[in-house]
Ligand binder design. Structure first.
Ligand code: ZN
Length: 281
């Protein structure tokens, strides 16, 4: 692809991000590999909704500016870290889409098995630890998850997506924000039905059928600290493909008095049953 068409694609994606409210003011940044040694990147301090092709910077893989009137993005270090760790990644998009960023502020990763298409494409969307923007802390936080994930939330900051080209990185940002909106509605309604672990396995096998290139396999939820795979919260189904789950993680009392109804999450109920069985022995 010519540098000219890559410049035009960055302008268009910046326009879409701003139009969708994924960025305000000068937020966000976009970059793409031009060849094996050079990156094309949005400049510092411009609104992504009103860029022109000539504004972009060309840098080397260490971030030294090779071409352009403006300085490269203040989040360049985060982009460089992604390209360093992921030779397969051609483009990186960073934005602050409000619903996904709300989850990032609440400290809630988008890692529950709730949407089949998200599981097949992105897998889980982890939450990278808080880091001061534009410092070396941010690439470090991102670096922990980027090997196994194409998209992640950045605690109290925003979201990051990567892809095999500019549009695929951008569409993953759309998917994350869409997923966050759906999750928020389900949580407001008071419950999420989770896709069972067995069904997650089946969805993972579809990746091959559809030729979806995921950077890592989906793991079961016992390995929550494992960053080499995509960890999703998917309970054992024992035949059922959807498992009702009450939001909040804690038992909730619906009524008081002798008729009090206590709701438990699937995990809490399993723990209680396991406990009871242990006591019987
Ligand atoms: Zn940012």
């Amino acid at each position: 692809m010519s540098v000219e068409s890559l410049r035009a694609d960055i302008v268009e994606i910046g326009r879409r991000m701003y139009a969708r409210g994924y960025t305000a003011s000068n937020d966000g940044n976009i970059s793409v590999r031009v060849d094996s040694a050079r990156l094309l990147m949005t400049p510092k301090s411009v609104c992504k909704g009103f860029m022109t092709p000539d504004m972009m910077c060309i840098t080397d893989l260490e971030g030294r500016k090779l071409q352009g009137d403006r300085d490269p993005s203040s989040e360049m270090l985060m982009h460089l870290e992604v390209y360093r760790q992921r030779p397969d990644v051609q483009a990186v998009v960073h934005a602050h889409p409000p619903t996904a960023t709300g989850f990032a502020v609440a400290g809630i990763p988008l890692d529950r098995a709730v949407l089949a298409e998200v599981l097949t494409t992105l897998g889980s969307i982890p939450l990278a630890e808080y880091a001061t923007p534009s410092t070396a802390e941010l690439p470090e936080a991102v670096g922990k998850y980027i090997k196994a994930h194409d998209g992640m939330l950045l605690a109290n900051h925003g979201a990051l997506t990567v892809g095999g080209d500019l549009y695929s990185a951008y569409y993953k940002m759309e998917t994350i924000e869409h997923f966050a909106k759906i999750s928020l509605v389900a949580r407001m309604l008071g419950r999420e039905n989770l896709i069972s672990r067995e069904e997650v396995k089946r969805l993972q096998e579809l990746r091959g059928t559809y030729g979806i290139k995921a950077p890592a396999p989906i793991c079961a939820d016992e390995t929550l600290d494992d960053v080499s795979c995509q960890t999703v919260q998917a309970p054992q189904g024992d035949g059922a493909r959807l498992i009702p789950d009450v939001i909040g993680g804690a038992a909730r009392v619906e009524k008081t008095g002798d008729d009090a109804e206590i709701r438990l999450t699937y995990r809490e109920l399993s723990a209680l049953i396991e406990d009871a069985i242990r006591n019987l022995r």
